[in-house]
Ligand binder design. Structure first.
Ligand code: NAP
Length: 457
């Protein structure tokens, strides 16, 4: 008799690779489905929550409250966490398919986009990805060093990640010490000499990618004064049309906030955040490390809503002691899964992974690795629901896996020397971090080494 997937006797077995927001929203949707589903969620780290733990800025703790929703999902019947297992290296996708009827990739966008300009890899030129992961205590980045002994920091890009980086550089230790920032980062930032932070946007104030809440904060910092040139707020006709468009409330808000920042008096604050518009980096220059950035002035071309930046040929130099490239993330490939090189995503049709336009049976994707690095955390919920709807619609046609047994898989991983971390284990790590944090007046003091996490279990 053919195996019927989704029954009490034989639940539909789904492996979710990645335990960030999109993975948890997918797990929630699967476990609330009318058929019986067993979800095993894998993460290469022993701890869950991905971007919420290692991407969200420490001084935005409210955003992290969303983990209480994910914890509830983890408590649902049928959910298991298998942390400290790297799919692609500890276990290949082809092997994983022996234990699961479907594999759903929710592994985010782990690396950065390149600028593609000379000098990009000079010492002192970093990606925002590295800096964010470092101050958030990501084990892979705890050993990174950022030389903050110079005066001038330059950030390329004007998205919300750039804003996070700006704030961390602009805030005082007092503004950061009660957050869950990694203590190695707090110590380094306490010694920082940075006085000028330049935020470089290639387009104008109306097109900037940051959101109003993020830009507004720069008017409220204890020791950093925002500098916005009122002349930069004089916009062309197409930008005015963008401002006037009824569905552009966020852009109007941004613009109003920029206007109010441009009118602020400096006072005696020690740091300055200087916002630049219509400038692109064309070269980073320096002997041993980056010393200056060559910027080309831009003009906007194209119709309202589709304006692009175009170089004018006019150049200027900006002194720079440290630089952060914050021009968007991209996904990385996993052996055995089709990958779209130019966009950095797993090609898919409504979450079904495709190769040369053909659906690859049993492989699904959601989140940033599905659609690219856009939107806020909540954007992942409908995205994951779409993928889960595709998966459930396919359930009757999926090839049942050969060995529907997580314990057999765990045994194999253990034999390879892997300590598989369960959700119960995570709760112990969580409690220990919270306890460590209490001593320092922080919500938690993260363990920043995998060995430390494992050693307390
Ligand atoms: P993003 O929002 O896409 O911003 C990327 C920035 O880089 C834009 O300003 C873009 O300019 C610029 N850029 C791209 N290529 C460039 C180039 N070659 N030269 C110069 N500038 C270039 O990406 P992100 O900041 O990495 O954020 C990723 C997603 O996470 C976004 O959806 C963001 O809203 C979200 N996020 C949200 C929060 C929050 O809610 N607090 C915090 C962090 C991140 P153009 O506009 O001209 O392309």
């Amino acid at each position: 008799m053919p195996v019927q997937l989704g029954t009490n006797e034989r639940p539909l077995r789904v492996a979710i690779v990645g335990s960030g927001p999109s993975g948890f929203y997918a797990a929630g949707a699967l476990l609330k489905a009318p058929v019986k589903v067993a979800v095993d969620m894998f993460d290469r780290l022993p701890v869950p929550y991905g971007l919420v733990r290692y991407g969200v800025a420490p001084d935005h703790p409210k955003i992290k409250n969303v983990t209480s929703v994910y914890k509830k999902t983890a408590e649902l019947e049928g959910f298991s966490f298998l942390g400290n297992v790297n799919v692609g290296t500890d276990i290949e996708v082809s092997e994983l398919k022996k234990y699961y009827d479907a594999v759903l990739f929710a592994c985010g966008a782990e690396t950065d986009r390149k600028l593609g300009i000379p000098g990009e890899d000079l010492k002192g030129s970093h990606t925002a990805t590295e800096f964010v992961a470092w101050y958030n205590g990501h084990p892979d980045y705890r050993g990174r060093a950022f030389d903050l002994s110079g005066k001038s920091a330059v950030i390329i890009g004007q998205g919300n990640v750039a804003m996070d980086v700006c704030r961390i550089l602009s805030k005082t230790v007092d503004e950061l010490k009660a957050t869950d920032i990694a203590c190695h980062a707090l110590e380094a930032l306490a010694e920082s000499n940075i006085k000028e932070i330049h935020l470089i946007g290639r387009r104008g104030p109306v097109q900037a990618a940051f959101t109003p809440v993020e830009i507004r904060e720069f008017g409220e910092l204890a020791d950093c004064h925002p500098v916005v040139d009122p002349k930069d707020l004089e916009v062309n006709q197409a930008s005015q049309a963008e401002l006037d468009a009824p569905d552009n409330a966020q852009r109007r808000k941004n613009y109003e906030i920029l206007k109010s920042l441009s009118a602020m008096q400096p006072g005696n604050k020690r740091k300055r955040l200087i916002v630049h518009f219509l400038k692109s980096p064309v070269e980073l220059v320096g002997d041993k490390g980056v010393q200056k950035v060559i910027l080309e002035k831009n003009k906007l071309t194209g119709e309202a809503g589709k304006q692009k930046s175009a170089g004018t040929g006019e150049k200027e130099e900006l002194k720079c002691d440290i630089l952060f490239r914050s021009v968007g993330y991209r996904g990385i490939p996993i052996k055995g899964v089709p990958f779209h090189e130019s966009s950095g995503v797993f090609p898919n049709d409504k979450g079904r992974i495709t190769e040369n336009g053909q659906v690859v049976p049993g492989l699904y994707t959601t989140g940033w690795i599905k659609r690219g690095p856009s939107g806020v955390i909540g954007t992942n919920k409908p995205d994951s629901e779409e993928t889960v709807a595709s998966l459930l619609a396919d359930a009757g046609t999926l090839t049942p896996c050969a060995q529907p047994d997580t314990r057999a898989l765990t045994k194999i991983l253990n034999a390879k020397g892997k300590r598989v971390v369960t959700f119960q284990d995570w709760l112990k790590i969580d409690a220990a971090e919270i306890q460590r944090g209490q001593k320092a007046g922080k919500p938690r003091e993260k363990f920043v080494a995998v060995e430390e996490m494992i050693s307390i279990l």
